[in-house]
Design a protein around this ligand. Structure first.
Ligand code: SF4
Length: 259
């Protein structure tokens, strides 16, 4: 059977160094931000690698994810599997119930397909506003961004500052997709079963599809849109596209996350 490990796991030169470097970055960040650092996990393959590194090193880095209300059953099942495997709790941050009811009543459950603006409004309500609460009171966060993931991420640094001055770490910035899966295979890391169904990048159920051989890895996300629109805003830092700016559009009463 051809699964994601068989398809992608390869050891390439420098792998051990990249693992050591990522672990060192996490250790250093945990020491610099005691009790105030969180992995904002999408539960994707990269974030499961980071979860494993954090657990193995016993680091004081919280684990959290956005339960948008639109996740696949396989993704929700992974939360429970990972908690059991690592004996660690994963925080779930949900959109505000009244915002969801209001949005669905006004625009319908399939609004994301009708325009980029409505899709971004859905992401703002279900992802960006809960992300602000996830990050509230924290001075640093960890992401699974890699330079290889897309043109928009080609310059991702290992460490950066977000719009609120929090440190934003991407310890896997220089990892390849082969690295990610070699790590998962050799450390027996739990991963989303959807990766075995040709979904390398997994988001909400209505907005993720399997990709074909030769397609870009993120082409299964919001596949009906043009490439330049295909970010949900979680990792956009321009004034118009920042977490705060976009979530304010979704909910004018949103409070700024504290740094
Ligand atoms: S990915 Fe799709 S369902 Fe999820 S928040 Fe964005 S538009 Fe809504």
């Amino acid at each position: 059977m051809s699964n994601a490990i068989a398809l992608y796991a390869r050891e390439t030169p420098g792998f051990a160094d990249r693992v050591s470097h990522a672990a060192a970055l996490l250790r250093s960040a945990a020491e610099q931000h005691p009790g105030r650092i969180v992995l904002a996990s999408s539960l994707g393959a990269e974030d499961m690698v980071l979860t494993d590194l954090i657990a193995r090193e016993g680091l004081d880095i919280a684990l959290a994810t956005l339960q948008t209300g639109k996740l696949h059953a396989q993704t929700l099942a992974l939360v429970q599997r990972a908690e059991k495997h690592y004996k660690l709790a994963i925080e779930l941050h949900e959109p505000r119930a009244e915002s969801v009811v209001h949005f669905v009543q006004r625009h319908g459950d399939d609004a994301m397909y009708r325009s980029v603006e409505l899709r971004k409004a859905c992401c703002a309500m279900r992802k960006l506003e809960p992300l602000e609460r996830l990050l509230a009171g924290r001075s640093a966060w960890v992401t699974g961004l890699r330079r290889e993931q897309s043109g928009a991420r080609a310059e991702v640094p290992f460490s950066d500052a977000d719009d609120h001055g929090r440190e934003k770490l991407s310890p896997l910035a220089d990892w390849t997709w082969n690295d990610v899966w070699h790590y998962i295979a050799t450390r027996k890391v739990p991963y989303n079963a959807l990766h075995d169904e040709f979904m390398p990048s997994i988001g909400c159920e209505p907005c993720t599809r399997a990709i074909a051989v030769g397609e870009d890895f993120r082409s299964g996300r919001w596949w009906w849109e043009q490439d330049d629109a295909k970010e949900c805003g979680l990792h956009v830092s321009s004034p118009a596209g920042s977490v705060t700016a976009l979530s304010r559009k979704a909910n004018p009463n949103t409070q700024e996350a504290s740094a």
